[in-house]
Write a new protein. Structure first.
Length: 473
């Protein structure tokens, strides 16, 4: 008996020791070196990084999107699904205890085996069944670790979706302002041209100018009208896209209702942007962390698959009462108990196990390749984002100078035309150029702001999930 107890205790002691744990073999990544480590820029990558724009309406807009975006809601539900799966795996590592109770009334006759006699009797039972698989090689422990990494992968996917919604929301917010400004500019130009055309038409009717000039003004008027209608279409479609992004109702989507009333279209693309790579960039990107969790999960899954080669040992036991009289059911003379040990060894399914192990190894190889790709693509995205931001800043600066020059030129051309120093066609061309440059300046301004947002997004924004990791371990 003592020898038996010793063996059972030893089995329980070693249960859960992951003797078959596979090394994830995460590759060493050589990171580009920054020219300097600027703490001020690192501070910009805070959790609520959109507040760096110092726009209260934007803050409301982003919060609304985070609360109502369906992609983020789905990602949150997926996290909970994997959380529950982890709970299942954790509970599989502890003994299973089941209570039972029954009461039956039996009647037999002379034809009923084995007694072949007329009898009437009752049987009452009450007790507990227990079973426990001894996880000597750590198969169940590795399955739990794999489930944990799968759950963390979903956390990272949720965090990645979160940053995507924030980024898209900022761009949508300023996109509304930019497109509203473009429409306002197009409408203003059309309104001004209507007045000019009316004036030219009166001059034509009075015989002061020829019909050619009138037709030129009419052509410019219709061109500006067409541009205004095109900008109105773009603005309305943009509002629909924004309404879908932030989770508005179908009625609001159909009517292109925004959650903000665009009155002031002014905004500045001159926001603080991180100029250097933070030292913990691999921890700042949720997609990299998700790929790393997948590598770790695949390593544990290989260990689980290998565990199928080895015997499965489980302990079973029962303790209860059985009596033909309910009044004596829970008395000592009615008690019964049993205990045993089960051993299951694979014999004819070794080929299936081998194929499962090879599949698990292939999944691990794929996960490692995906991890390398995630890191490589992340640094490519960061590099492109920084280049695009620098380029758009330079383009905007150049376009602002051009806009000032062309606006001044247009005013001079107007005075020169009135004084007879330039031809009508020269004056017309100056007005067309001024109109085009004004629209282009607004477009480049929005592109500069988008590229700034893209830098934050590609650097990982305010991604931080360390606290959640400790909570769920």
């Amino acid at each position: 008996m003592k020898k038996y107890l010793f063996l059972v205790s030893a089995a329980l002691l070693f249960s859960g020791c992951s003797l078959l744990t596979q090394d994830p073999n995460l590759p060493t990544v050589k990171l580009p070196q920054s020219a300097e480590d600027n703490a001020a820029y690192a501070a910009l990558l805070k959790e609520r990084w959109w507040e760096n724009f110092h726009d209260k309406e934007l803050n409301v807009f982003v919060e609304y999107a985070l609360k109502n975006n369906s992609d983020l809601q789905k990602a949150t539900i997926n996290v909970d699904r994997f959380k529950q799966f982890l709970a299942i795996k954790k509970n599989e590592q502890i003994p299973e205890l089941t209570g039972y109770g029954s009461g039956t009334h039996n009647e037999t006759n002379k034809h009923t085996p084995p007694m072949n006699s007329d009898m009437t009797y009752d049987v009452y039972k009450l007790g507990l069944d227990a079973s426990f698989e001894i996880d000597i090689l750590g198969k169940r422990a590795n399955a739990t670790k794999a489930a944990y990494e799968d759950m963390m992968q979903e956390y990272y996917v949720q965090a990645f979706t979160y940053q995507q919604v924030v980024s898209d929301s900022i761009i949508a917010y300023y996109g509304l302002k930019s497109n509203q400004a473009l429409y306002n500019e197009a409408r203003s130009q059309y309104s001004d041209q209507q007045k000019t055309y009316s004036n030219i038409k009166r001059q034509y009717e009075s015989g002061f100018i020829d019909r050619g000039k009138l037709l030129q003004e009419e052509s410019l008027l219709e061109s500006m009208h067409d541009n205004m209608l095109a900008q109105k279409e773009i603005l309305d479609n943009y509002k629909v896209a924004v309404a879908i992004l932030v989770g508005k109702t179908p009625d609001d989507v159909f009517n292109a209702t925004s959650i903000i009333n665009i009155k002031n279209t002014a905004y500045s693309p001159n926001i603080p942007v991180p100029a250097y790579l933070p030292s913990n960039i691999l921890n700042k990107r949720a997609d990299i962390q998700a790929a790393e969790a997948k590598v770790r999960s695949s390593a544990f899954s290989v260990s689980v698959a290998r565990g199928a080669y080895f015997p499965t040992i489980s302990l079973t036991g029962a303790l209860g009462y059985a009596s033909g009289d309910l009044s004596t059911l829970v008395k000592s003379q009615s008690s019964d108990s049993s205990g045993g040990i089960n051993l299951f060894v694979p014999i004819l399914n070794l080929g299936q196990i081998k194929a499962s192990v090879e599949n698990a190894k292939n999944d691990q190889k794929l996960a490692l390749i995906e991890y390398k790709d995630a890191v490589r693509n992340a640094f490519g995205d960061i590099k492109k984002a920084l280049v695009t931001y620098d380029t758009n800043k330079a383009r905007l600066k150049s376009q602002q100078k051009r806009y000032y020059a062309i606006s001044t030129k247009n005013k001079i051309a107007k005075d020169q035309y009135k004084s007879g120093y330039i031809s009508y066609l020269e004056y017309l061309e100056a007005r067309r150029e001024a109109s085009s440059v004004a629209m282009e300046k607004e477009r480049i301004k929005f592109e500069a702001l988008k590229s700034a947002v893209n830098v934050y997004y590609n650097l990982g924004g305010g991604f931080n999930i360390a606290a959640q990791q400790e909570t769920d371990r």
